[in-house]
Structure formats: C-alpha cells, structure tokens
Design a protein around this ligand. Sequence first.
Ligand code: 7PJ
Length: 292
Amino acid sequence: MKPLSLMAPAGTTRVQVMGVVNVTPDSFYDGGAFRDAGAARARIDRVVEEGAAIVDIGGESTRPGASPVSPAEELDRVMPAIEHAVTLPVVVSVDTSRPQVMRAAIAAGAHMVNDVRALRLAGALEAVAGSKVATCLMHMQGEPRTMQQDPHYDDVVGEVHRFLTDRLFACQLAGIDRKRILVDPGFGFGKTLEHNLALLAQCARFAEIAPVLVGLSRKSMIGALTGQELPSARVAGSVAAAMIAVQNGAAIVRVHDVAPTRDALAVWQAVASQVAPKHRPAGRRAADGDED
Ligand code: 7PJ
C-alpha cells in the first residue's frame, strides 16, 4: 500500500487536492457521462495528470433529492474505476456509506473511505476498523432525499463540531486510530446558505478535532453567491471558496476542477510559507533599541 501523507498535523503538510470522480448515471455535475467504465478511467487519468493527490470515486449520488441505488449497482459502478485508480500514483478514496462497498474497495487496494454518513450505517465502523485505511467523517443533517427541505440548527458550528467529535470518539472505540481520521463539516448536506457560510468562516474550529477535508466545489451555495446556474460555470467561485477554506485550516479540498484549484493553491502556498517579519509599530526603528 502507498504511504499516506494525509495524516500529518494541520499546518505541517501541504494542502492536497482530492479530484472528484462520479460514476453515477444521475450525477448533477457531469450528466452521468462517466458511468461508462472507459470514461471513468479517462476521468481518473485526467484528474491525476492535473495534479490531484487523491481521487475520490463514488457511485451513489448524494445530491439533494437523489434516490438510493442498490448495493449491487453501486459495486458495479465503482469497482472497475477503483481497480484502475489503484494502478496509478495517487491515493484512492471510495465515496460510500455501505460496508460491503467499503470492504470490496479496501480489498482492491483503496487507501481511504470517504463517508457522507460518517460510518453510521451498521457494519461501517467495523469495515474500516478491520483495515488500515484512512477515513473521512462528514456531517449531514437528515438524508440526501430530504435534507434540503428545512434544515435547522440553533448553533450550526457548535452542533456540527459536536457531531464530528462524537463520531471521532465512536471510531476510536471501534479501534480506528485517530491518526487515520479526517473530518468534514459537510457543505450543502442539510444546510442553508447561511449555515454553509458560518461553517466556512469558522472552518478552523474543526481543525481542532482532526485534519479537515472540505467539499465546496460547484455546490449550490456557490451558485447562490455568484448567480451562476450551471455547475460548470461555478469554477471561479469554487476555487475562491476552496482558498478560503485552506486559509481557515483545511488540509484537503475535494474538487471537480483540479487544474485551476492546483494553480490557486500554488499561489496561496508560496505566500503562506513566507516568514512574516515581526511587526514594528510605526515610527520606531531598530536604532531605538527594540532589537529582536
Ligand atoms: C462531499 C462528499 C463533501 C465529502 C459529496 C458533491 C456532492 N464527500 N461527497 N464532502 N460531497 N467528504 O460533490 O457536490 O462535501 S457528493
């Protein structure tokens, strides 16, 4: 298995790009064009060429209003893609909530389980605990089919923080080392625009728990803020949102548009790695005796 460089404490590692590969017929963003195995392979190759450190392969559409797929269907969609991805120099993540899909993906060599249900389905904790893979625990209020109907929180940041802390604890009780765990506030999963903005502004809170992964790419919050109806027209807004998340402590950004995100990150990273000179109050000079 490839060594995972995902788990260094936040701030000591380079931010990594996770490229989205949807293998769903009803995917909101790519029209299901990647359902065909050949197209899925081509999409994976492209995401890797563009510089993604991680590919995230999913066969269950979790967009608002989506209906569930059968386990057999989900396996049929994701396994050929995973078998291809593990031959490439990239960390392979499977985006699933089902323990049988987790087990099959792990057996095929996947390195990470990304679960929008935070390993809450029966058998999911055990499927990850019985392996060495990394896992991402995401917050979602409700279920995809109905989650956007009337999301409500008294304190969205506090409640999401509490949920992720509880799930981290459940993982540790099940025998999953916390060094293998990432957390994600789950933008757009049972959240209004205001909820999403509060979570983005306070992303640093989640970095207290574990390294933070964020998925903002092309989501409806970007559409609402920019007026861009078409998901494919939300690239610039998505890149801006990813940079804000990184500035606020995110370690991994899950995106559809790898190349523009990579370029924006290169600029951010160059500036972030500068050592800021100590601030001297205006009008005072070294000669004044405040040498440090
Ligand atoms: C996310 C995800 C996300 C994590 C999806 C979409 C919907 N996994 N899977 N975080 N979103 N960890 O890409 O818009 O935000 S599917």
